[in-house]
Design a protein around this ligand. Structure first.
Ligand SMILES: Cc1ncc(COP(=O)(O)O)c(C=O)c1O
Length: 461
C-alpha cells in the first residue's frame, strides 16, 4: 500500500459531479422515495436502524440472489455491500436455503440445545483454534458478553479499546468512535468520548481508547492505568480495523499486543465480527497466527440469519462453565440460525470458496489501484480476503487520527453515488468496505472498476 503522487483535484468539479450524480440517483429511485414517505409515519426515520438512514431517502431493497440485489424500483445492482459484510455466501444460496427450509418444518425455536449448535461450535473450534464456545444473536451481544467474561476472569472493571473502532451498540464500547477530531485529546492519553446520547459518563470513563498500530502507546497506557489503581480487564480490538475502510495491522503489531497483554495479565479479545469468516476460514487468527484469549463473531456466521458467537480459552471460559458469569439469552443458538450457520460453514465457505474470494480480491484491488495510478488520484486500494476498499487519502491511513486528518470525504461520497448509478451497490458511509461473495465473478469486479474509472476520468478530464 502506497500513496501515489497525486493530481490537484478541482473541488468545484467534485461538487458539480456530486450534484449531477445525486440528481440521477433521485430520478431513478421514485419507489424508494414513496416508500420513505410511508415508512417515516411508523418507523423512526423510515428505517429499522440508524445505519440504514440516508439523505434524501434510503434505497429500499426488495430481494437478492447470488451477487445481485434489486431495489423497489426494480433497479438491479451487483452487491458489494452485502449487509455490512454479513453475506460472503451471496444471497439465497441454495445450500443455506435448503437447510433453513428443512429446519423450518422441524420447529424453529425451543430455547433448548440442538445438534446443529454442537456441530457449529466444533467447526468454529477447528477454524479459530479456540476450545470453548457460546452463541448469541449479534455482534453487540458477542462483544458485551466477551467483556463481561474478561471482567469476571480478572476481577477488574476498566477496559481498553482502539480509538475509532466500532464494536456494537452497548454502553461499554459506544466510546471514542466517530467523534470530532479536535476533541480526542493527546495521543498518549486519549479522552473517553461518548458516541451519541444516553450513555452514562461513568460507564464511558471505564473505557480507555488507545491508537491502532501502536503497541508502545498501548503498553504505556496500560502501565499508567495499573499505577492509577485501575488495571484493565481486557483489550478489545479488531485485528484489522474494518470500520475506517480497511486498516491492516503493521508487521509485528499483533504479536506485540499479544505479548504485552499476556505479560500484564490483560485478557486479549479479538473482535472478528467483520474479519472472521471473511478474511480467511479462521479469520485473523488464521491469517496472522496470533491467538487471543477470546474471539467474537457475528455477521457472516449466520449465513443471513442472526447469530453471534464467543470463543475462548478454557482458562477464561472457566467463569462461564463454573456459572460465575451468566452467559444467557433466550434465542442463543436458535435452531434456524444454527442450521444456516452449519450449512454455510460446511457447504459454502469451503477452502475453494476462500481461494475464489482471494482471487477476486486481487483482481479488484489491482484494477482499482491501476485506475488510481493512471489518474493520479489521492488514494490507494487496500484489502484482505473478501474485504477491501479504495481509501481516498493522500497519506496512508494507519489509525483513527490519520483517517480523520486525511480522508477525502467529498471523494468518498462521490464514489458511492457513481457506484449506485452504475449498477454497483456499495456500502453507504465513508468508513465502509466492500464485501465479496462466493457468487461474485471476475466480471462483477470489472464492473466495479469500470464505475471507478468513469469517476476518475470525469474528475481529471
Ligand atoms: C467489528 C464489529 N463488532 C461488532 C459489531 C456489532 O455487530 P451487530 O451490528 O451485529 O450488533 C460490528 C457491527 O458493525 C462490528 O463491525
Amino acid at each position: 500500500m502506497s500513496a501515489p503522487a497525486t493530481a490537484e483535484l478541482d473541488r468545484a468539479r467534485i461538487a458539480d459531479l456530486t450534484e449531477r450524480e445525486q440528481r440521477r440517483l433521485d430520478e431513478s429511485t421514485p419507489g424508494s422515495k414513496a416508500m420513505f414517505e410511508r415508512a417515516r409515519n411508523a418507523l423512526a426515520g423510515g428505517v429499522a436502524s440508524a445505519y440504514q438512514e440516508r439523505q434524501p431517502w434510503p434505497i429500499y431493497l426488495e430481494r437478492g440472489v447470488g451477487s445481485r440485489v434489486w431495489d423497489v424500483d426494480g433497479n438491479e445492482r451487483i452487491d458489494f455491500h452485502n449487509a455490512f459484510g454479513s453475506m460472503p455466501q451471496g444471497h439465497a444460496h441454495p445450500a443455506i436455503t435448503e437447510a433453513v427450509r428443512t429446519r423450518l418444518e422441524l420447529g424453529t425455536h425451543f430455547a433448548a440445545p440442538t445438534e446443529d449448535a454442537v456441530a457449529v461450535a466444533e467447526e468454529l473450534m477447528r477454524r479459530f483454534r479456540m476450545p470453548r464456545w457460546r452463541f448469541v444473536n449479534s455482534g453487540t451481544e458477542a462483544t458485551m458478553d466477551a467483556i463481561r467474561i474478561a471482567r469476571a476472569a480478572t476481577g477488574r472493571d476498566t477496559i481498553v479499546k482502539i480509538f475509532g473502532s466500532y464494536h456494537g451498540h452497548h454502553d461499554y464500547v459506544m466510546v471514542s468512535i466517530g467523534v470530532p477530531y479536535d476533541q480526542i485529546g493527546d495521543r498518549q492519553n486519549y479522552v473517553s468520548l461518548r458516541y451519541g446520547a444516553g450513555i452514562p459518563q461513568s460507564v464511558a470513563e471505564l473505557t480507555i481508547p488507545v491508537p491502532f498500530n501502536d503497541a508502545a502507546t498501548m503498553e504505556r497506557r496500560i502501565e499508567q492505568l495499573v499505577e492509577e489503581g485501575r488495571p484493565p480487564a481486557c483489550v478489545i480490538m479488531e485485528p484489522a480495523m474494518m470500520n475506517l475502510g480497511v486498516v491492516l495491522p503493521e508487521p509485528g503489531y499483533l504479536e506485540a499486543v499479544r505479548e504485552l497483554t499476556k505479560r500484564l495479565g490483560v485478557v486479549l479479545i479479538f473482535d472478528e465480527v467483520k474479519t472472521g469468516l471473511c478474511i480467511a476460514a479462521g479469520g485473523a487468527i488464521e491469517r496472522w497466527g496470533v491467538i487471543p484469549d477470546l474471539v467474537t463473531l457475528a455477521k457472516a456466521l449466520g449465513g443471513g440469519l442472526s447469530a453471534g458467537a464467543i470463543g475462548g480459552t478454557e482458562e477464561v471460559f472457566d467463569v462461564v462453565e463454573s456459572g460465575k458469569v451468566y452467559q444467557v439469552g433466550t434465542f442463543n443458538g436458535n435452531p434456524l440460525a444454527m442450521a444456516a450457520a452449519r450449512a454455510s460453514l460446511t457447504e459454502v465457505l469451503t477452502p475453494d470458496a476462500y481461494e475464489h474470494l482471494d482471487s477476486l480480491e486481487e483482481r479488484l484491488l489491482h484494477g482499482c489501484q491501476e485506475v488510481i495510478d493512471r489518474h493520479g488520484l489521492p488514494g490507494y486500494a487496500v484489502g484482505i480476503g473478501a474485504k477491501g476498499c479504495v481509501t481516498f487519502s493522500p497519506e496512508p491511513i494507519v489509525d483513527y487520527e490519520s483517517f480523520k486528518a486525511h480522508q477525502d470525504v467529498a471523494l468518498a461520497d462521490l464514489a458511492w453515488l457513481y457506484n449506485m448509478n452504475r449498477r454497483v451497490y456499495m456500502t453507504p458511509g465513508r468508513e465502509e468496505e466492500w464485501t465479496l461473495t462466493v457468487a461474485h465473478t471476475p466480471e462483477d469486479c470489472d464492473a466495479f472498476v469500470a464505475a471507478f474509472e468513469e469517476m476518475a476520468a470525469d474528475l481529471t478530464a
